[in-house]
Design a protein around this ligand. Structure first.
Ligand code: ADP
Ligand code: MG
Length: 292
């Protein structure tokens, strides 16, 4: 009967690096019609590295990195780690920040050596009336290369752009292609900007790209997919993904992700490989075909 199937399913899942916290999840997988993926840390490795620094005339790279990295020490975002790492590699001595604030979905602000420093996206610059518009073409070029571009301002002055690239996991494209060939729709939900998201979506062959979503907006996006497709799985690794994992019919966490995401999910992909999702759906279909 079903309990035996669930036990067998759990054992077979574990062999494939899939930990099942909620036994019913194994039953739900066979009915999944669409899967929503977080981007950073889920489709990509979540280990971005600085690739480009574009400076306004007269600005020194070491000064730019001093401000950027000093403020990002206070942030837990993977983008922040990339900037801090770059400064460390370049042996830049960092300073101290006071009045630090992380603004979700936008960036960070704080005071360094008596100067107000901002690092974040266009929206952060617009909200603070920082003129960066002359660099719009440069931003677009970086984003079309699938990079995330962050802008830095000191006081009311725009100083430049730091761009990072986050490598795509080796098996993401193959797993997404297999899911699509099984008739399952794939979607990516990210806070990143439209162009970067589209460039990554294209590389991995995802069918819907939903970008510039504020952290608390992921739940709404999952609800919309449920209205459109019915049974929806969500895959994520971040703190921000937890509510969307709960909202979905079956939540899948990345084993290398945050504990909060793992606790919110029904299953965990221990090694973080998206091909585990293909395995568990096939497993679910096989088990429940046999016991009918
Ligand atoms: P995601 O997890 O999909 O990258 P977030 O909502 O965390 O989405 O971030 C959205 C955007 O806000 C980022 O792409 C970046 O432009 C900006 N941002 C967020 N945190 C930071 C940070 N610590 N430093 C600079 N920019 C940031
Ligand atoms: Mg993530």
């Amino acid at each position: 009967g079903t309990p035996t199937a669930l036990m067998v399913g759990s054992g077979m899942g574990a062999e494939r690096g899939i930990l099942i916290r909620n036994g019913e999840a194994i039953q739900t997988f066979k009915d999944v019609k669409a899967i929503a993926f977080d981007k950073t840390g889920t489709i990509t490795k979540g280990k971005p590295e600085v690739t480009d620094i574009v400076l306004v005339k007269g600005v020194q790279e070491k000064d730019f990195l001093y401000y950027a990295a000093t403020i990002e020490i206070g942030s837990e975002h993977p983008l922040a780690h990339a900037i801090v790492e770059k400064a460390k590699n370049d042996k830049i001595k960092l300073g101290e920040v006071i009045d630090f604030n992380a603004i979700v979905g936008m960036g960070v602000v704080g005071n360094i050596d008596g100067e107000r420093i901002l690092v974040g996206n266009r929206k952060l610059m617009k909200d603070n009336e920082i003129p960066y518009e002359d660099y719009e073409e440069e931003l677009i070029r970086l984003e079309e290369e699938a990079k995330t571009a962050m802008l830095l301002a000191k006081g009311n002055q725009f100083l430049g752009i730091v761009a990072v690239a986050d490598p795509i996991k080796e098996d993401s494209a193959r797993a997404i292609a297999e899911l699509e060939s099984m008739g399952i729709k794939t979607a990516m939900i990210t806070g990143d900007n439209r162009r970067t998201a589209a460039a990554i979506g294209k590389k991995v062959g995802i069918s819907h790209v939903i970008s510039e979503v504020m952290p608390d907006g992921k739940v709404e996006e999952v609800k919309k997919l449920q209205e459109q497709y019915g049974v929806v799985a969500m895959v994520g690794d971040g703190i921000n993904d937890a509510p969307a994992l709960k909202q979905s019919n079956v939540g899948i966490a990345i084993g290398t992700g945050t504990d909060i995401a793992i606790e919110a999910a029904d299953v965990t992909l221990v090694r973080g490989e998206l091909s585990g999702i293909v395995s568990v759906i096939k497993l679910s279909k096989a088990i429940f075909r046999k016991i009918k």
